[in-house]
Design a binder for this molecule. Structure first.
Ligand code: ATP
Ligand code: MG
Length: 332
């Protein structure tokens, strides 16, 4: 079985539809086909300024949602990044073989730092792609599912792995991008030209899985669509309605063509009304299950402790190899 690694940041009180349809849904499927490692990447969640209490809550809420959405700790390794100290340790070694110019070329950094401004831009934000490389290489991942926005970071990871292997002796598997077909990219409901995002979407642009279902239904109904009337799938000229069709198809396991046929001759209002009902039915059981996991914190923390132990068993071997190859002596 190919090994796969992926992570999600605990940067919000709820995941959004894009996180589920674009990522977590595939993680659930990959439990059957891959040796899967999934982590809540809390180390990554402190690069832009954060509140400690919120982070603590969000880390548990993230883990609870992953379980509620179908990750099974018996079939995958689910853990919290900071529970495995090897991530930070490997990150340091990798940062010492990363060129300053090389890191400076990361487009995500340029975008995010431009938005934050010089005074709020941290060195952590600058080096986070190196930590991401460590996340992947520690587990000798063969494949990493990546969206378009993460492609450049995976390239960096591959470059660093190759560089280390040839300079200091083989230590890492070179990971490749795992492109999942039918992966939905969900756009912002108020601005369908940008992606739905925990940190960048306005409240009405984002559907949060744990939000009051009636409120989410309202957001669907007030989603921005074009002035035409016809229900067509056209990402360029009708990005708003196309996004709704993508969501609808993904949640009901139907094809866009089936939906187009069903809504032939009907208006946007009909589509929005039906989709909002589909959505409410979808989130209710997820909310219940998430609450169930959060109600028993001790049990949740125990699941995460077991996951961390499984993760460390792999990560510690890679770190030991790294330290040896790089020339550190081991403690007597
Ligand atoms: P942030 O704004 O804090 O970066 P995010 O919404 O981008 O949050 P991440 O935790 O960075 O979420 O990403 C988790 C996973 O969700 C990644 O695999 C990412 O590719 C995927 N993802 C995020 N937004 C979308 C989206 N709009 N459509 C599809 N997939 C998405
Ligand atoms: Mg993101």
């Amino acid at each position: 079985r190919p090994r796969v690694l992926s992570g999600i940041q605990p940067t919000a009180d709820s995941f959004h539809l894009g996180n589920y349809l674009g990522a977590v849904r595939n993680w659930v499927a990959m439990q059957e086909t891959h040796d899967a490692f999934y982590c809540v990447v809390d180390l990554h969640a402190i690069t832009m300024g954060h509140d400690p209490i919120a982070l603590r809550n969000r880390t548990r809420i993230s883990a609870a949602q992953l379980l509620a959405l179908g990750l099974d700790p018996e079939r995958c390794t689910l853990f919290v990044q900071s529970h495995v100290p090897e991530h930070a340790q490997l990150s340091w070694v990798l940062s010492c073989i990363t060129g300053f110019g090389e890191a400076s070329r990361m487009v995500q950094f340029k975008d995010k730092s431009a938005k934050a401004g010089q005074d709020s831009t941290t060195v952590g934000l600058f080096t986070y792609p190196i930590l991401q490389a460590a996340d992947i290489l520690l587990y000798q991942a063969d494949q990493v599912p990546v969206g378009e926005d993460q492609r450049q970071h995976l390239e960096l990871t591959r470059d660093l792995a190759q560089r280390f292997n040839s300079r200091f002796g083989p230590a890492y598997t070179i990971p490749s991008a795992y492109i999942v077909k039918d992966t939905a990219k969900i756009t912002d409901l108020q601005d369908p030209t940008i992606k739905m995002s925990k940190s960048a979407s306005s409240p009405n642009g984002i559907i949060e899985l744990l939000d009051d279902p009636a409120r989410s239904a309202k957001k669907i109904k007030s989603a921005v669509t074009d002035t035409g009337r016809e229900i067509l799938y056209d990402e360029v000229n009708k990005p708003g309605i196309s996004n709704l069709l993508t969501i609808y198809a993904a949640l009901t396991m139907r094809t866009i063509d089936e939906l187009l046929e069903q809504y032939d001759g009907r208006g946007y209002g009909d589509l929005k009304k039906d989709l909002s009902e589909v959505l409410m039915e979808f989130v209710r059981p997820i909310q219940e299950r998430t609450k169930g996991y959060l109600d028993d914190k001790a049990q949740l923390d125990k699941i995460l402790a077991v996951g961390a132990e499984k993760a460390r068993a792999v990560a510690s071997v890679t770190l030991a190899k790294t330290y040896k190859n790089v020339g550190f002596i081991s403690p007597a």
